[in-house]
Design a protein around this ligand. Structure first.
Ligand SMILES: Cc1cc2nc3c(=O)[nH]c(=O)nc-3n(C[C@H](O)[C@H](O)[C@H](O)COP(=O)(O)O)c2cc1C
Ligand SMILES: Nc1ncnc2c1ncn2[C@@H]1O[C@H](COP(=O)(O)OP(=O)(O)OP(=O)(O)O)[C@@H](O)[C@H]1O
Length: 149
């Protein structure tokens, strides 16, 4: 039984998320997904959708066997519980593979780390979808009703 773990914020689902999770699942027999806590998303604007909602949607996706919210303080705690054989990183996750492998070894965890490539598609990005919403439906967007600020 090969256990795989995937991680991410998953704010406003799109086909890039699905591709990452499908490719992660293909590497093993069981896929667990750790969804980032609202309080831990500091490297970009805070998610639009709250963590419970992001978790619920990820859990419903076909390639996902288990989904859980991450730990608030220690990112290796869920990993120590799941004991995966493989941890996948998405194409734009800011972790260095070798550094992550070393930190895992330091904690007595010997999971391999595999980078999954990007899925092509102009709207396969949460931030681009948000940008498009603001540009097309925001106060100065082309579809706002006449006379409304
Ligand atoms: C091995 C690993 C374990 C993680 N564990 C947690 C965790 O327990 N709690 C959490 O809030 N984020 C955790 N994260 C981080 C997020 O799930 C996410 O990868 C990070 O916020 C980068 O998000 P993004 O690629 O979705 O922008 C973990 C990331 C990795 C690579
Ligand atoms: N287009 C994509 N192709 C492949 N993997 C993707 C794609 N978009 C996101 N992922 C992966 O899905 C996981 C969760 O991604 P995340 O929630 O950061 O979405 P995002 O669309 O990259 O967000 P943002 O646009 O805010 O950076 C990460 O591992 C990320 O690398």
């Amino acid at each position: 039984m090969i256990r795989v773990v995937a991680t991410g914020t998953f704010d406003i689902l799109h086909p890039g998320h699905l591709y990452y999770l499908e490719e992660s699942r293909r590497l093993g027999d069981e896929l667990s997904v750790i969804v980032a806590r609202d309080a831990n998303v500091k490297h970009k604007p805070r998610p639009i959708l709250p963590e419970d909602q992001r978790l619920r949607m990820v859990r419903a996706l076909k390639p996902v066997d288990h989904a859980l919210l991450g730990d608030l303080h220690d990112m290796f705690r869920p990993i120590a519980e799941i004991r995966p054989d493989i941890i996948t990183l998405g194409f734009n996750q800011h972790f260095d593979e070798e550094h992550l492998r070393q930190r895992l070894r330091d904690r007595g965890l010997d999971a391999d780390v595999v980078r999954i490539p990007g899925y092509p598609g102009s709207l396969a990005s949460s931030s681009k979808i948000i940008e498009r919403i603001l540009n097309t439906r925001g106060p100065s967007g082309p579809t706002s009703p006449a006379g409304e600020e």
